[in-house]
Design a protein around this ligand. Structure first.
Ligand SMILES: [Zn+2]
Ligand SMILES: [Zn+2]
Length: 264
């Protein structure tokens, strides 16, 4: 199997600590053939000027690792752009500033709120949290330039972590609408398998993954969302199994933002 991982962080992300070289070495050991680095750029923190030095450092690492690991593994220059809707103009300036292979858009916080990882969850505010989140998805799909939407049911990571009961069925119309628009525009979603490592669900859930497929979804990347070398490769086969069971036969990879299908 041609293994790909399209969601990997390095110490260029504030919540990760390993070097790009360490991540690539480990991925090569695991026989991962293609790795897309997707360090965080949070648009709510600032635009191109604010992030420029870090983007340049990431790009230099990419070029260096391509040299070091030539013929061993394919390294793609991606990024995970958070909160693009805060400033679509600066978002686009970032996308245009470097020769990215792959652009993933994510929502880590709703406008005017704390990050979902830092919020206080209670059973009584679950509907409020989910509604606020799902309402933003379509804005991202309509207004921003990206290849895949990252962890598209993101708040569920924390709702599960804190044992809050939720019923996503009530919000499925928002996802269906986004899925149809993504499919019509030749874009897609990722299957983020980070939750599987912690005994929770992948993002999106299997139910939403099937719904994506039923609504025309074809483009899907597989991402571990690894923030350290030890996370790489874990639960990979389970991710592939979920994709196959949901009806997918291909993963998608990106070079210079051009798609390629990989049989699974
Ligand atoms: Zn993320
Ligand atoms: Zn991430």
């Amino acid at each position: 199997m041609y293994k790909t991982d399209y969601h990997v962080h390095t110490r260029h992300s504030s919540d990760a600590r390993d070097t790009m070289r360490d991540m690539v070495s480990r991925a090569a050991e695991l026989d991962i053939k293609e790795l897309a680095f997707t360090d965080h750029i949070e648009i709510n923190e600032g635009g191109l000027e604010f992030h420029y030095a870090r983007l340049k450092a990431i790009y230099e690492d990419i070029l260096q690792c391509r040299e070091w690991f030539e013929n061993k593994i394919t390294i793609r220059f991606g990024l995970e752009l958070g909160q693009g809707i805060y400033n679509p103009v600066e978002y686009q300036r970032v996308v245009n500033a470097f020769p990215f292979d792959f652009v993933m858009s994510s929502i880590h916080r709703a406008r005017g709120q704390e990050d979902y990882c830092e919020r206080h969850y209670e059973q009584k505010n679950v509907d409020e949290v989910l509604l606020e989140y799902v309402r933003e998805i379509e804005l991202y799909v309509d207004e921003l330039d990206f290849d895949v939407f990252g962890h598209i049911d993101y708040p569920t990571r924390y709702l599960q972590k804190y044992g809050i009961h939720y019923e996503m069925e009530a919000y499925e119309s928002y996802f269906i609408s986004a899925f149809r628009k993504l499919a019509a525009s030749g874009r897609g979603i990722e299957l983020n398998i980070s939750g599987l490592r912690d005994g929770r669900m992948a993002m999106p859930s299997f139910r939403l993954l099937k719904l994506y497929k039923q609504n025309g979804g074809e483009i899907v990347t597989l991402g571990s969302d690894s923030h350290q070398t030890q996370a790489l490769g874990l639960k990979y086969e389970e991710g592939i199994r979920l994709l196959k069971e949901a009806g997918f036969s291909y993963l998608t990879t990106f070079e210079n933002r051009k798609k390629k299908r990989i049989k699974i």
